[in-house]
Design a protein around this ligand. Sequence first.
Ligand SMILES: Cc1cc2nc3c(=O)[nH]c(=O)nc-3n(C[C@H](O)[C@H](O)[C@H](O)COP(=O)(O)O)c2cc1C
Length: 302
Amino acid sequence: MPRLKINVAGLELSNPTVLASGILGDEASLLRRAAYSGFGAVTTKSFTIEPRKGYKTPIVAKVKAGLINAVGLTNPGYIAIKDIVKNAKVPGVPIVVSLAGSSVDEFHRMAVYADEAGADAVELNLSCPHVKKMGMEIGHDPIYVAKIVGDIKGSITKPLFIKIGLSDNYMDVVGRALDKGADGVTAINTVRGIAIDVYAKRPILSNIYGGLSGPAIHPIATRIIYEIYAEYRASIIGTGGVEDWRDAVEFILAGASAIGIGTSITIRGLGIAKEVVEGIKRYMDNEGFKKLEDMIGYVHKT
Ligand SMILES: Cc1cc2nc3c(=O)[nH]c(=O)nc-3n(C[C@H](O)[C@H](O)[C@H](O)COP(=O)(O)O)c2cc1C
């Protein structure tokens, strides 16, 4: 589908759909299955320096318009990246390796390792809303984010993405990261929330707080994509509540070059990538768009 090919910050995708981080865990076989099911790229679970068991169950709660999860960054530690990348590789489907460090040095070590292990891109998780000393606790600080990005940028050869979430100053964070050489932005991660069991009369998740994902966050993600594109014309992987081609097209018109899909896979299965791609294609035919690039950020022209 040449019309749907897209270069996102140096990452060549055969179509704009990207498996979002964490949805299928860290098993190479599942990433490979996602790649064969039609995703243009797949993202790994976020890796940390040390292995993490994650939180006690319950770790996921269904809420009205999505999910609240606090998995706790369960992963086998960054040394596993090499095997996972090797075993998950499918020709023509880039692998984005997601990393969650708690310091400049941790991010640096993992990014260099992932780069050498064959990752096609590195994504810094600066936005997980429910793990202490990581994610959003680091990612809300523009100066610190600039330090992390600046430190990694000259040391790896692959495109570097920062993954942001909803915070008061995400525009500043993105601006400084781009200044320091970040190639692209993944927006957004889950949004901190709580679900309460009214009969047990306590929070459902063992961690109390979790990250809200799914349709509930789609308009928030659209706003953030819109603002980042308006200000910086950055390459954006728009993520948050994409359930069908219309949601994906909204992101593209707002400024996204690619579309991350997560929660809806848990409801609709991996076939959603092909459905979204087919839908985008039909939309392009009907609306007279010859190639995807022509659609990116179109609302800013009108
Ligand atoms: C169960 C679950 C686990 C997740 N794990 C990660 C993770 O390890 N790293 C990360 O950057 N994002 C993680 N996310 C966030 C997703 O990648 C995505 O940004 C978010 O869910 C919004 O997209 P969606 O509404 O399509 O799910 C996770 C989301 C869910 C639901």
